[in-house]
Design a protein around this ligand. Structure first.
Ligand code: UGA
Length: 460
């Protein structure tokens, strides 16, 4: 099929590259000239494992091209995916400015029957609004009898594993009130449902892909409910971690044993410094706003965000408990991305923690394997080497669960640091090893402090 993907952000680029990989002829639309130039060369404008290779292959094979012209790209397509950004708006709902502009341009350019598919996460009712905007634009050009079937196809891609999630999903959700749209989408996703495409070697886990056909508004709500539920699981285990720290229990074992119950599952039960990223916070707020717009105050949705806000600053409270005043204390933050395997720092806990520590007078330095600047904390010095970052530090804090932090040479760290406190904000270290290396260890919900503080001659 001829497919156009409007918006070459993180989701749009992955979707475009994966549909090209499945053999379709895909045009990606990107309005930013710098990003467009990179994409045209088959290079990803952000860090996502496997994407550079996939883009280079598909652009090289001629199945995937990019353009800045929505109208031209859309006029040639049988299916147009809308994948523009929908950041938080002022009133709790997402800001649909980019979607509005893209849809009006589309409506002015389409000349024949085209299925329009929304990938962007949008509030209930938005797909109907998109359809009527397009129909109005076409009608103004005298094209009243051309059908524009509409589908809502929410994405469940995780940053860092997006290609794997696209090709081997748990489920595909398609909402459409029009049988033509449902039939087109079924044909498009057939190879993924049947897992009939060249599999990488070694073959990934065997998957059964569920295909859910529903209405536009139910599909829209499935996306919001899924992200809110995942955020709720994390906030739940973080609240249990708070209790564990107070009673001397270990949350990692509590979560492991809870997860053995299939009704609960072990996923998204890792306690830590709370969730971040561009999706959970925005989607929770938007869902709560929808509830309020319909006269319902959602207590649970509100609590999920409140628990997360408290949890993010848990390391600051722990640092104060150990070090007293933080004024003049040197703190090294290890990990700045909102999660591993990405350079994405949108709503990353590191930003809020760095700001709070600096406000309390601490000298803060950071290290991340790929992030080189925190847009909202520009003064934070970021060092390329973790050992350089912890040099002369009174405390080191693990903020992001990058796997390489689990294999740090802890003895070397202890020797380089001025103090010997490590706060493991993601519970990735083995506490016994940290203590053997001469560190004072404190995780999140692992029963409090382990090891003895270092006494320097200058402290006596
Ligand atoms: C999330 C959803 O998982 C995707 O299904 C969805 O498609 C995406 O949002 C979206 O709406 O675009 P993502 O934000 O990439 O994906 O990242 P997650 O893997 O969900 O992690 C979110 C945050 O939760 C991270 O900060 C991570 O460190 C934290 N987390 C995750 C925990 O603190 N504990 C856990 O057990 C799992």
């Amino acid at each position: 099929m001829k497919i156009t993907v409007v918006g070459s952000g993180y989701v749009g680029t992955v979707v475009a590259a994966c549909f090209a990989f499945l053999g379709h002829e895909v045009i990606g639309v990107e309005v930013d000239p710098g990003r467009l130039a990179m994409l045209e060369k088959g290079r990803a404008p952000f860090h996502e494992p496997g994407l550079d290779t996939l883009l280079a292959d598909e652009v090289g094979a001629g199945r995937l091209t990019f353009t800045g012209d929505i109208g031209e790209a859309a006029a040639r397509a049988a299916v147009v995916f809308l994948s523009v950004g929908t950041p938080s708006g002022l009133n709790g709902n997402p800001d649909l400015t980019a979607l509005d502009a893209a849809v009006r341009t589309l409506g002015g350019a389409l000349n024949g029957p085209t299925t329009i598919v929304t990938k962007s996460t949008v509030p209930v009712g938005t797909n109907q609004w998109v359809q009527s905007l397009i129909e109005d634009e076409m009608s103004a050009r005298g094209l009243d009898d051309i059908s524009v079937p509409m589908a809502a196809n929410p994405e469940f891609l995780r940053v860092g594993t997006a290609i794997e999630d696209f090709l081997h999903p748990d489920r595909i959700v398609v909402g459409a009130d029009d049988p033509i749209a449902q039939a087109t989408m079924r044909a498009l996703y057939e190879p993924i449902v049947q897992q009939r495409f060249p599999q990488p070697s070694p073959a990934p886990r065997a998957v059964t892909v569920e295909y859910v056909e529903t209405t536009l508004s139910t599909a829209e709500l499935i996306k919001y409910a899924s992200n809110s539920f995942l955020a709720m699981k994390i906030s739940f285990i973080n609240e249990i971690a708070q209790i564990c720290d107070r009673v001397g229990a270990d949350v990692t074992q509590v979560a492991e044993a809870m997860g053995m119950d299939h009704r609960i599952s072990p996923q998204f039960l890792r306690a830590g410094l709370g969730w971040g990223g561009s999706c959970f916070g925005k989607d929770l707020t938007a869902l709560a706003t929808t509830a309020r717009e319909h006269g319902f105050e959602p207590p649970l949705l509100q609590a999920i965000g409140a628990v997360n806000d408290y949890q993010r600053l848990e390391v600051v409270r722990k640092l104060q408990a150990h070090l007293g005043t933080l004024r003049g204390k040197r703190v090294a933050l290890l990990g700045l991305a909102f999660k591993p395997d990405t350079d994405d720092t949108r709503d990353a806990p590191a930003t809020q923690i760095a700001a709070k520590l600096r406000q309390l007078g601490a000298v803060v330095v950071g290290h991340d394997p790929v992030v080189t600047s925190l847009p909202d904390e520009r003064q934070l010095p970021i060092l390329a080497d973790p050992y350089e970052a912890v040099q002369r530090a009174d405390a080191a804090v693990i903020i992001t669960e990058w796997p390489q932090f689990g294999t740090l040479d802890l003895e070397r760290m202890a020797n380089l640091m001025h103090g010997n406190l490590i706060i493991d904000g993601r519970n990735i270290l083995n506490p016994a090893e940290a203590i053997r290396a001469g560190l004072v260890y404190e995780g999140i919900g692992r029963g409090g402090t382990l090891g003895s503080p270092r006494r320097r001659v200058s402290d006596v």
